[in-house]
Design a protein around this ligand. Structure first.
Ligand code: HEC
Ligand code: HEC
Ligand code: HEC
Ligand code: HEC
Length: 450
């Protein structure tokens, strides 16, 4: 053998042995070194498949009503528990009424004109509901629905009657002894069953029926969709309820029709949240329809879920791979941002998202201010006798006003500011502007001569 062949053989042997050692380490040394390999360089970000799923029986629940709590799980899932409690660090609130002064006009006569700030981390739910000016002596316990697992458990055990109890009575008890959004909310008592998700808010099952269980909506989307949705309180029981029965009836059009056609306990038809003073328009207030907006968007079609963009999959120094339960904007997490590249390649995601949000926000400001113009036109029409109480024309104008504000609100109150589904957000603003124009034209129009 010449020198070249010997060198060639030595190099090949060393390479084969090195590869074998690496692979065997992975197999014999347990999952850890495999995960380290996976996490390296162009092998890409960690995925669900890398997670160390744990199977243990539920500990005895020490929650107010026997539900398991974060403290009960903390020794089994120390990282997950710590990361969930770190939602407390998301503590900024922007005052929407200061940022967009036209809102005070739109929500006049309703609680949101008194106090309306941006959302913050889950750990703040009980603090924030306790101090908002939207709560008054007439408020009911149904306002606790999306703030705490203890209320969800109370509804399960005592039935829908608890929604009607006075807010303060239930709040005093739960804020002293209960938890903010916690393990039980999304997992029931099954966090130990490989993190199985459970719907604990009974109205979800009531509204969606089979559609809740048949997988049309993936459990990790529906788990957030227990709260990040449009909802209302049923007129008779004051029960929290979703205004639809499946994915096909979650559009702003279908939800509006649902409210328009609702038969009220007194036999009248049409649901409203409040009557706006001055205009007399029976208004609807939309609330954070994140799930609905997401489900009609591009990413739902791609099979993504809320967790994919708001919960990072991370590894501890010891090599345990887990879902970080601090819910963040994907733009604030390099780990999450690195997963976008799988589909978006080298697109600058921050620029893409901010571009959409700037476009939607600019349009929102325009339409929001135009809604104030319409409101003023209706008030002055009534004052000058152009719009007469009881006339068909005033009824029609009010219908258009109600619709215009509904479509505006459906976009405004969605927390991604257009990022979840820019098409739907822009569609809502366009329809709103169209209804405003129709209403203004109707107010200006001459009555036909008698
Ligand atoms: C029990 C109801 C409930 C469930 C379930 C829920 N949330 Fe929330 N979420 C809230 C409430 C209420 C707030 C606002 C808290 C505050 O401002 O006091 C919030 C706030 C947030 C925020 C912070 C918003 C901001 O502007 O900083 C994010 C992000 C979030 N939720 C994402 C999720 C995701 C993702 C899921 C599912 C994994 C989920 N939530 C499940 C009720 C819920
Ligand atoms: C493809 C990624 C993606 C998916 C999937 C996704 N979101 Fe988002 N979400 C975003 C982006 C981007 C923003 C805007 C973040 C920002 O403004 O910094 C956002 C914003 C939010 C916010 C406001 C929080 C904040 O920090 O501004 C909430 C709440 C939220 N999403 C909830 C949900 C829920 C609930 C689901 C599932 C029904 C969901 N998201 C699915 C990407 C996603
Ligand atoms: C707001 C909803 C929510 C809350 C609160 C929550 N989880 Fe989760 N959890 C999820 C979602 C969503 C997933 C991911 C499921 C999926 O899509 O695979 C998950 C995954 C898990 C998993 C399996 C994956 C892993 O990382 O091991 C465990 C275990 C788990 N959670 C435990 C807990 C514990 C313990 C708590 C309380 C300290 C908790 N969760 C609180 C929504 C939640
Ligand atoms: C599984 C593939 C996939 C992943 C992963 C993914 N996206 Fe997308 N995203 C898409 C597709 C497909 C579109 C639609 C593109 C089009 O229509 O031009 C899209 C569009 C978007 C849009 C525009 C949405 C709209 O309605 O205008 C934003 C914003 C976005 N993605 C953000 C993100 C962020 C942030 C992440 C990572 C956290 C992410 N995406 C991860 C597939 C993905």
């Amino acid at each position: 053998m010449d020198k070249k062949t010997i060198i060639y053989k030595v190099v090949c042997t060393v390479a084969v042995v090195a590869l074998a050692v690496l692979l065997l380490c992975g197999v014999f040394n347990g999952k850890d070194s495999m995960y380290h390999l996976k996490n390296r360089g162009d092998l890409g970000p960690l995925t669900r498949k890398d997670i160390n799923y744990v199977s243990v029986a539920a500990p005895k629940g020490t929650g107010m009503y026997g539900n398991t709590t974060a403290a009960d799980w903390s020794s089994v899932f120390p990282e997950i528990t710590a990361s969930m409690l770190a939602n407390k660090d998301n503590d900024q609130v922007d005052d929407y009424l200061e940022q967009d002064p036209y809102l005070k006009e739109l929500y006049e006569g309703y609680g949101f004109a008194k106090d309306y700030g941006s959302a913050r981390g889950h750990d703040w739910t009980l603090v924030d509901i306790g101090k908002t000016a939207r709560i008054n002596e007439n408020s009911l316990a149904n306002c606790m629905t999306c703030k705490t697992p203890d209320f969800a458990k109370l509804v399960q055990t005592e039935g829908v009657g608890v929604y009607k109890r006075p807010f303060q009575e239930v709040y005093q008890q739960i804020s002293a002894n209960g938890e903010a959004v916690s393990c039980y909310t999304c997992h029931g008592d099954d966090a130990g069953a490989e993190g199985a998700l459970n719907i604990t808010h009974t109205y979800v099952l009531k509204a969606l029926g089979d559609n809740a269980a048949n997988g049309t909506i993936s459990p990790s989307v529906l788990s957030c969709g227990q709260c990040h949705i449009e909802y209302y309180f049923t007129p008779a029981d004051k029960e929290t309820m979703m205004p639809y029965s499946g994915v096909d009836t979650m559009t702003p059009e279908a939800i509006l029709a649902y409210y328009d056609n609702m038969v009220m306990p007194d036999g009248t038809v049409g649901f409203y949240d409040w009557i706006q003073p001055g205009t007399g328009t029976p208004m609807l207030k939309a609330q954070h329809p994140e799930m609905e907006t997401f489900l009609y968007g591009k990413h739902a079609k791609e099979g993504l879920s809320c967790a994919d963009c708001h919960m990072a999959i991370e590894m501890t120094e010891e090599g345990t791979v887990y879902y970080n339960h601090t819910l963040v904007s994907p733009l604030d997490s390099d780990t999450i941002l690195s997963t976008c590249a799988t589909c978006h390649g080298s697109t600058n995601m921050v620029q893409l998202v901010h571009g959409i949000q700037n476009r939607v926000t600019a349009e929102e400001t325009k339409v929001g201010n135009n809604l104030v113009v319409l409101k003023d036109a209706i008030i002055s029409g009534i004052q000058t006798g152009k719009l007469v109480e009881g006339s068909e024309k005033l009824d029609q104008v009010r219908q258009l006003h109600r619709q215009a504000q509904w479509y505006f609100d459906f976009c405004y109150v969605e927390n991604s500011e257009g990022a979840h589904n820019s098409e739907l957000s822009i569609h809502c603003l366009e329809v709103s502007q169209q209804k405003i124009d129709e209403a203004l034209a109707l107010i200006q129009s001459q009555e036909p001569e008698e």
